[in-house]
Ligand binder design. Structure first.
Ligand code: LER
Ligand code: MN
Length: 272
């Protein structure tokens, strides 16, 4: 199995992100040394980045970039496809296109989690759904031209009220019938929303191109109730060939979280 760890790019300044933070090159050096195969980049606004320097750094450490995560485009800047304000919706789509350009440079893909938005009180649901579909359609047209896949991430009900389960996400992407539109499944959300994580992987495997791992505690695997050995066995049986990325709380500190994660997962990889 190939493992990656989420790393905040220098534009993503927040103490709460579920990612490794600090000097970018030093973060890569540490994660490489710990044995990771790749890094998932958590961006906010790629136009503020020295993108070539980032590309050079990941190449220097021979780390893959399986995904560029847009979580903080909403988390920090509050942009979403379903915002009732048309200016905010436009900016959300424009920003997503900039993330797609950055992903194209890195030969990566992007995920859309909280960036899609939520239904809001007092806002017509049909309008909200229409805005979400319009946002995805525009972004997908752009992504196809850049040969970048867009991965919808189901997100649990305590963070969003739209497309929370794997089944809802599968139903949403089906009518698009677009090979550039896939899924990114996050065990933490699946554990809250899905009947069975393994059954969801079986159902969605053809669409699943990236996976987030965290335990039920949202800390590193092994700190909660989730049976990662069973999940790893299922992913191998299903011939999943993408990355498993750690998106976790940096507790007790980021170095310990990254170290314990990779040690535990390499052991499960051997056992499965
Ligand atoms: C983003 O990948 C995600 O899983 C969200 O829950 C972040 O809050
Ligand atoms: Mn996630």
């Amino acid at each position: 199995m190939k493992f990656s760890y989420t790393v905040a790019t220098p534009d993503t300044k927040s103490p709460d992100v579920l990612a490794f933070r600090g000097d970018f090159r030093e973060s890569l050096a540490t994660l490489k040394e710990l044995g990771y195969d790749g890094v998932e980049l958590m961006v906010r606004s790629p136009r503020e980045l020295d993108q070539e320097a980032i590309k050079k750094a990941v190449e220097e450490f021979a780390l893959a970039v399986p995904d560029v995560c847009t979580g903080e485009v909403f988390g920090i800047d509050r942009l979403s496809f379903m915002d009732p304000d048309p200016t905010v919706r436009r900016e959300a789509v424009q920003r997503t296109k900039e993330v797609i350009d950055f992903a194209a440079l890195l030969d990566s893909q992007i995920n859309v989690g909280r960036l899609r938005g939520s239904f809001r009180p007092g806002v017509d649901r049909a309008d909200s759904l229409k805005w979400a579909k319009e946002g995805f359609s525009e972004v997908l047209e752009y992504a196809a031209a850049k040969n970048v896949r867009v991965l919808l991430e189901p997100v649990n009900r305590y963070e969003l009220n739209f497309l929370c389960s794997t089944q809802e996400a599968l139903e949403f992407i089906a009518p698009f019938n677009n090979p550039y539109f896939g899924l990114m499944l996050d065990i933490y959300h699946m554990n809250i929303e899905d009947k069975s994580t393994v059954a969801s992987f079986i159902e969605a495997i053809d669409y699943c191109h990236h996976i987030h791992f965290a335990d039920a505690t949202r800390r590193y695997p092994g700190t909660g109730q989730i049976d990662f050995l069973n999940i790893m066995r299922a992913l191998k049986a299903l011939k999943y060939d993408g990355f498993i990325s750690l998106e976790i709380m940096q507790k007790p500190d980021q170095y310990t979280a990254a170290k314990r994660s990779i040690e535990y997962l390499r052991l499960l990889d051997e056992l499965s």
